[in-house]
Design a protein. Structure first.
Length: 160
C-alpha cells in the first residue's frame, strides 16, 4: 500500500524488496496513524533484524528482534477484557496534534502488541480461522518538529 493512500485513519506498510535484504530476518512492517486534517502522523514499527548482520553496524537493542505471535482465536476475549486501545478511535478522539504527540511520547520505549484487523489471518473476510496474529511494535516517530519547538522556546525567552 502506498504511504499516501491513507489520509485519515491507520495504514499498514511493507516493502517486499526488504525480503532480499540480509539485514532482516523478515521484512519490516510499519503502521501509520494519520490525520491530514489535524496534521498528525504517528508511526509504529515492527523490526526483526538478522542480529548477526545488525551487530556489524550497531549494538543490538531489545527492539531489534520484535516478534509476531499467534494465539488461539479465543484469546480475543482476553484482549477485549484488557480494554485495548483502538488506534482508529484514538486518532479520532485527538482534537489537536499536540495532544496526539503527548500520547505518543508516553509510548516511547515500550513494546506494544498490535492486532491488525485487516491482516488476512485476523480478518472476517477469511472466515475467522482458529488463530489470531499479534505483532510486536514500538513507537517509530511522529511528525512533531522538535527542533522548531526548541528554537521557538529559546526565541521566546528573549522576547520582551
Amino acid at each position: 500500500m502506498p504511504i499516501d493512500s491513507v489520509t485519515e485513519g491507520v495504514g499498514r506498510y511493507e516493502d517486499i524488496r526488504d525480503d532480499n535484504d540480509s539485514i532482516y530476518d523478515h521484512r519490516p512492517i510499519s503502521f501509520l496513524m494519520v490525520s491530514r486534517s489535524k496534521d498528525i502522523r504517528i508511526w509504529f514499527d515492527h523490526y526483526c533484524f538478522n542480529t548477526n548482520e545488525r551487530r556489524k553496524i550497531v549494538a543490538i537493542d531489545r527492539t531489534d528482534q520484535l516478534k509476531i505471535i499467534y494465539k488461539p482465536r479465543s484469546f480475543l476475549k482476553t484482549i477485549e477484557q484488557a480494554k485495548p486501545i483502538r488506534l482508529e478511535d484514538r486518532l479520532e478522539a485527538f482534537e489537536i496534534n499536540e495532544e496526539a504527540w503527548l500520547w505518543a511520547k508516553t509510548l516511547a520505549g515500550k513494546i506494544l502488541y498490535l492486532f491488525d484487523r485487516n491482516d488476512p489471518v485476523n480478518s472476517a473476510e477469511n472466515g475467522y480461522g482458529p488463530t489470531i496474529k499479534l505483532i510486536q511494535v514500538n513507537l517509530g516517530s511522529t511528525n512533531k518538529r522538535e527542533q522548531e519547538l526548541f528554537f521557538h522556546e529559546i526565541h521566546n525567552r528573549f522576547l520582551p
